[in-house]
Structures are given as C-alpha cells and as structure tokens.
Design a binder for this molecule. Structure first.
Ligand code: UTP
Length: 306
C-alpha cells in the first residue's frame, strides 16, 4: 500500500491565538528556530510522504514562501560559506512537492479536507494537523499510523487518553474491539461530547491515514448547525458504510500549539530535549523558582545571563 501524499489543513482562523493570527498564520509560530509548518512537513518526509497538499486561506502566503526555494538567500549563504545553514534550507524543497489549495471560507476541517479531493487519487493518504506537534524522533507520528494502515489495510486515526473534563474538546471514539494494548477497531466517533455522554476517554488527535472513500462520505455528511463540516462526522459515515476504521495510541509527546500556553509548553519541552538549549533553560527555570530570583529584583533591569 503506497501512502505518499498528505494533506495539511492550514486554513483555520486561529481565533485562540488572536491577535497574533490577525496577519501571521499560526503555522508560522516558531518552535525554537523553525516555524511549526516546517516541523510538520519534516514529520511527513520522515514518514516517506513526498507530496503535500496544503489548504490555505487569505493572509497565509508566508507558508508557501517559507517552503519555497529562496535563490537569493541560498546564493548569499553560498558566498559566505554558510554550508550548514544552506543544507538545512535546501532539504525541504528537494525532498517534497507542494500543492496549495485555497479554502474560500473556514467551513470546518471536513470541508478543508474535501477541497483537496481532486489532488488525491483512489488511494490512502495522510492528514497532519499543524497545530498538533508530535515529537517522537525515532518513530514519527504519521509513520506509526502508516504502518498500521498497511497492516490492517484500513483507515487509522491517532488517539490519546484524555481526562474526563477534556473530552468535550475532542472527537471521542467508541470502541468496537481492542486488538492490542494500543490498537482498537472503532464502532463510531462522537464530536465533542459532554463527559457524561462520552463513549470512552480516547480522543482523536491531529494525525490520520484515511481511505479516499472519505471524500464521498464528506459529500454525504451534513454541515453542523454553525455551518461547519466535521471530519469526524464523515468518518462515522464511512464506518456506517462498512469501512473498517482503527484507532492507534501513538508514541511521542504531543503539544497543542493552537493556544499560547500550549505553544509555550512546546517550546520549553522541545528546548529541554535539545542540547543547544537545555543547560541555559534549566538554569533560567531554576532561578525563577528561587526566592532571590532576578524576577523579584524590581529595582534592576537586566538580562538573565547564566
Ligand atoms: P482548529 O479548530 O484547531 O483551528 O482546526 P482553527 O480553526 O485555526 O483555530 P481556532 O479554533 O479558531 O483557534 C484544526 C485544523 O484544521 C484547520 C486549521 O487550520 C487547523 O490546522 N482548519 C480548520 C481548516 O483548514 N479550515 C477550517 O475551516 C477549519
């Protein structure tokens, strides 16, 4: 089973990150020195994806600019012998191809995926939501799903256990059969249920491998009351049409960078795992925690130098 395409829906409004997202796409938020979109594409490339279909909207040109070749900058780095920087810049546009589709209005994740229907053939494909960052260097999140999709010859969703008070923020799976400690066949999906109505505490997170049959299911699904077309509803329709769908607890650390606090945690978590930053950050955090921290020196203005 060849899975070489992935859709990255990036046309949402990013209201939880306003005012930043008024003119800058949240996919350009930095994670240490890289924009989030680059981390997502790199996960796809490490999962053997070669073609990315990026769903964008107005004010999102920075995404395409970032992923494109910048001949002038490359020439400048060459002249200055900045070969390591050059190599890092070059990699993405050498290893992948990008197609951009404009979603005219933010009519929901399901609608965003539907706009890519002509770019995907009769094949299985990946979906990477760019506000879910999954760090698992040896075993990229999407690749874990691709392996299961090949094994089961079926669609697979990434899931994570969440506390009861959080189920109303996610699509929650109803289990049909547990196959291994991490793998489930699912009977249905419920979008953002109340805790008392939730069929489990297993929440769908931002990685999917889906059959192309999702596109006809999206056509069958009716838009939500607020006019949004939900991907979870279309997956439910697929199951009702006798398609097998699995859910897999992927390994790795997941950060939801759709909110300022989630983005902050992602940067701290990633910095603590990156030798370039670990020592500086640990010293800084230790200082903040002590009663004589520089934070409480209101009479002085100085940079933390340790
Ligand atoms: P979210 O609901 O998490 O993102 O959608 P959002 O709508 O951008 O953010 P808030 O809720 O207003 O803060 C999940 C993913 O689906 C994409 C988003 O860009 C995000 O990557 N999306 C959502 C679309 O591409 N189009 C849509 O109409 C809705």
């Amino acid at each position: 089973m060849d899975i070489s395409k992935a859709i990255i829906p990036a046309a949402g409004l990013g209201t939880r990150f306003l005012p930043f997202t008024k003119s800058v796409p949240k996919e350009m938020l930095p994670l240490l020195n890289k924009p989030a979109i680059q981390c997502i594409v790199e996960e796809g490339i490490k999962s053997d994806v070669k073609n990315f279909v990026i769903i964008t909207s107005k004010n999102k040109q920075a995404i395409a600019n970032h992923l494109d070749m910048d001949a002038e900058l490359e020439q400048l780095l060459k002249e200055r012998n900045k070969n390591t920087l050059l190599e890092a810049l070059n990699r993405i546009h050498r290893e992948a191809q990008f197609t951009y589709i404009r979603q005219p209005e933010p009519l929901g994740l399901g609608h965003a995926i539907w706009t890519a229907r002509h770019s995907i053939g009769k094949e299985y494909f990946g979906i990477l939501l760019p506000d879910d960052i999954i760090t698992s260097p040896a075993n990229p999140g999407l690749l874990q799903l691709i392996r299961i999709a090949r094994q089961e010859r079926a669609s697979v969703l990434a899931i994570q256990e969440v506390p009861a008070e959080c189920v109303s923020s996610y699509g929650i799976v109803k289990i049909k059969k547990q196959i291994t400690p991490k793998l489930f066949q699912i009977a249905d999906l419920v979008e953002k249920p109340l805790a008392k109505d939730a069929p489990s505490n297993l929440a769908v997170i931002g990685r999917y491998v889906l059959s192309h049959k999702i596109f006809s299911a999206l056509e069958e699904a009716t838009p939500y009351a607020v006019g949004e077309l939900q991907l979870t509803d279309a997956i439910s329709t697929m199951i009702k049409n006798n398609e097998k769908v699995f859910a897999y607890k992927i390994q790795g650390i997941r950060y939801d960078i759709g909110t300022p606090i989630g983005w902050l945690k992602a940067n701290i978590g990633m910095a603590l795992q990156d030798p370039t930053y670990t020592v500086h950050l640990k010293n800084f955090l230790a200082d903040l925690d002590s009663p004589d921290s520089f934070m409480f020196e209101s009479s002085k203005i100085f940079e933390h130098l340790k």
